[in-house]
Design a protein around this ligand. Sequence first.
Ligand code: KG4
Ligand code: ZN
Length: 336
Amino acid sequence: MNEKEMYILGIESSCDETSFSIVKNGRENIATVIASQIDIHKDYGGVVPEIASRNHVKNITIVLEECLEKANMKMEDIDAIAVTYGPGLIGSLLIGLEAAKTLSFLYHKPLIPVHHIAGHIYANSLVKELEFPLLAIVVSGGHTELIKMTDHYKFKKLGGTLDDAIGECYDKVARVMDLSYPGGPKLDKLATKGETTYKLPLPLKDDSYNFSFSGLKSAVINLVHNEEQRNREINKEDLAASFQKVAVESIIKKARKAIKEEEIKHVIVAGGVAASTGLRNAITQLGEEQKVDISFPPMKYCTDNAAMIAAAGYFAYKAGRVADLSLNSKSSDRLS
Ligand code: KG4
Ligand code: ZN
């Protein structure tokens, strides 16, 4: 295997996106194809696991072929296969994992297991080389965590949410405001047009690195219901702006503390909520204030995709993480 040029095929199917990607040396995107099921799940207001699995089965070979075609490559040109083994929806994960194992067996390629959150972190490697010590602010639909990395593939969790994830909170607040699924991006857009006129409680004002979003979510839901009962119109732009300000502030406070106490050089943002304009602006400001490098994943690779899995796969492989065909999917698993 040519050490200088390593082409990894990444596979992601942990939720409602079926995606394949080919990434060179963990840094350069060669081709990525993402089949999203958002339109299918929209009618249900959220992802229906059984329907998601069925659609992964339908899409998986089509997306693989499209990806190889886009890259103008054959399976023989690939050096290794990286796949999300967890966490995620077990039925969905299994489809990607079985595809990865089949390809690994057929073409005699190493199989690399990738934790979904490691993938979100390494989406940043597609724009900037990671510098250590690094702080990863993980903000997705299922996770809200501060992770410190002292080297490639050396993760230490500083803290995380005690209840809801931030993306889940965005989506639930958006739902009570009648915004369609997934509400996070719509709420973020509305927030740019509003004023922070509604008073909402700042969650978990303690000294830990932990977060809590369920109280904030309930505060918004109660506020909307109270206004409805009084026949008063909600100003959606203002409510979105007020909610986003508090959600973002709670992330910034804890991130600032980590940057100072952990002597951080590089701050990266990972997960779907990394696409939020409000959060991006606040983190950019924090970087200037604390004089640390900041990077965000490319917009299209903030939410689930296989480019991030292929990028992480390269560094996982370098760290000796290779699996055999007994690899199983896991609905939950600690990042290590
Ligand atoms: O990382 P991701 O694709 O899936 C998980 O691994 O969970 O994140 C999806 C989450 C959803 O909650 C979605 O509403 C949120 O990311 N999201 C956003 C934005 N784009 C996606 N939240 C706020 N602002 C956005 N622009
Ligand atoms: Zn994700």
